[in-house]
Design a protein around this ligand. Structure first.
Ligand code: ACO
Length: 324
C-alpha cells in the first residue's frame, strides 16, 4: 500500500488595499510602463495598518478548511511558510493554531523565502508519509510590504502581501503516477548566493527587522535555469516528463521568468497559472494563491498533473509534482 498526501481544500486571503503601479510613480522615479514591461506586475495588495501575517494566514486557513469540509480539530499539524512573521517568535503557525481554536497537534514555521511554500509542502508530505500526521494544513503567508525600502525603486515595486492555504490528507494510493496527491519533490539551496537577496536586519546582527535588498538582474540570470531544472528533476524522479504536465503553477516573481521557464520546459503559456499581474511577488504566498486562482477559475481540475516551482533568498529553490 502506498500513502499519498492528497489535496482536500484550498483557501486564500488578499488584503483589501489595492496598490496600482501608478502609486509608485508618486514616491520613486519609475513608471507604470517600466514595471509592467520588466515584471508583468500591474497591481498588488498591501496589508492594512495593524494587519498581520498570522491574521491573513488564519483567514486563508479557514477558507481551506471550509473547502475541505473540515474543522480545525480535524487537522494534526500546521506547517507555515513565511519570512515576515508577526514576531521573532513564537512561530506564526502556533498563532494560527490558537486563532483557529485547534487545541491539539503541532505547528511550526518554515523559512525559505519565496521558495517557502515548496519547502513547506515537501515537509508536510514527509509528515504524512512517515505517519506523523494524517491531515496537515500548509500555509504560505507574507507581509512583504513591511520590509520594503520605499525609496528603492528596484525592489519596492515588485512585492505584495497575501496568504494561501492547502489541506493535505493521507490517502491510499496504488503507487503509480495516476494517484492523486504529491508524487515527488526536489529541494535545493546554495548559501554562497545569499547576497543576491537578503534582508539587512535581524536579531543577532542589529536587532532590527531590516529592509529587503536584491541584486535583481543577477537573480534573474539564476532563476530560469534553476527553475526549469528543478521542475524536470521532480518529474523525472517518478518517470514523468514535461508533456505529462497539465499546469505549471510557478512562484510569481516576474512574468519574464515565468515565460522563460515555461519555454525551457516546452510547456505553452496556456498551461501556466499566472497571477503576478494582480498580486505582485507575494513570496511564500504566491504558489498557494495561484493554486486558489487556478481552481476558482476552473482551470485546475481533479486529476490534473501540476508542477509548482519556486526560487528565493538563500538561494533556495525547488519543485513539487502533484496530481490534484
Ligand atoms: N523603475 C524604473 N527603472 C528602474 C526600476 C524601476 N522601478 N528599477 C530599476 N530600474 C532601472 C535600473 O536602475 C537600471 O537602470 P540603469 O541601466 O540606468 O542602471 C535599469 O532599470 C535596468 O535594471 P535591471 O535591474 O537590469 O532590470 P531588469 O530587466 O533585470 O529587471 C527586475 C529588474 C524586475 C528586478 C528583474 O531583474 C527581476 O525580476 N529579477 C528577479 C527577481 C526574482 O526572481 N525574485 C525572486 C525571488 S524573490 C524572493 O525570494 C523574496
Amino acid at each position: 500500500m502506498t500513502i499519498r498526501a492528497v489535496v482536500k481544500g484550498v483557501g486564500h486571503y488578499l488584503p483589501e488595499r489595492v496598490v496600482e503601479n501608478s502609486y509608485f510613480e508618486s514616491i520613486v522615479d519609475t513608471s507604470d510602463e517600466w514595471i509592467r514591461a520588466r515584471s508583468g506586475i500591474e497591481r498588488r495588495r498591501f496589508a492594512a495598518e495593524g494587519e498581520t501575517t498570522s491574521q491573513m494566514a488564519a483567514t486563508a486557513a479557514r477558507e481551506a478548511l471550509s473547502d475541505a469540509g473540515l474543522d480545525a480539530n480535524d487537522i494534526d499539524a500546521i506547517v507555515l511558510a513565511t519570512s515576515t512573521p508577526d514576531l521573532t517568535f513564537p512561530s506564526v503557525a502556533t498563532m494560527v493554531q490558537s486563532e483557529l481554536g485547534m487545541t491539539h497537534g503541532f505547528a511550526f514555521d518554515v523559512q525559505a523565502v519565496c521558495a517557502g511554500f515548496v519547502f513547506a509542502l515537501t515537509n508536510a508530505n514527509a509528515l504524512i508519509l512517515s505517519g506523523q500526521a494524517k491531515r496537515v494544513l500548509v500555509i504560505g503567508a507574507e507581509t512583504f510590504s513591511r520590509i520594503l525600502d520605499m525609496t528603492d525603486r528596484s525592489t519596492c515595486v515588485l512585492f505584495g502581501d497575501g496568504a494561501g492555504a492547502l489541506i493535505l490528507e493521507a490517502a491510499e494510493g496504488t503507487g503509480t503516477t495516476e494517484d492523486r496527491g504529491i508524487l515527488s519533490a526536489d529541494l535545493n539551496s546554495d548559501g554562497r548566493m545569499r547576497e543576491m537577496l537578503y534582508v539587512d536586519g535581524g536579531v543577532s546582527t542589529n536587532q532590527q527587522s531590516g529592509f529587503l535588498r536584491m541584486q535583481g538582474n543577477q537573480l534573474f540570470r539564476q532563476a530560469v535555469g534553476k527553475l526549469a531544472e528543478t521542475a524536470e528533476t521532480a518529474l523525472t524522479k517518478v518517470g514523468l516528463c514535461d508533456d505529462d504536465v497539465d499546469w505549471i503553477v510557478p512562484h510569481q516573481a516576474n512574468i519574464r521568468i515565468i515565460q522563460g521557464t515555461a519555454k525551457k520546459l516546452g510547456v505553452p503559456m496556456e498551461r501556466v497559472i499566472v497571477t503576478v499581474q494582480e498580486h505582485g511577488n507575494t513570496s511564500a504566498a504566491s504558489i498557494p494563491l495561484a493554486l486558489y486562482e487556478g481552481r476558482k477559475q476552473g482551470k485546475i481540475k481533479d486529476g490534473d498533473l501540476l508542477v509548482t516551482e519556486a526560487i528565493g533568498g538563500g538561494l533556495a529553490w525547488g519543485a513539487v509534482a502533484l496530481r490534484w
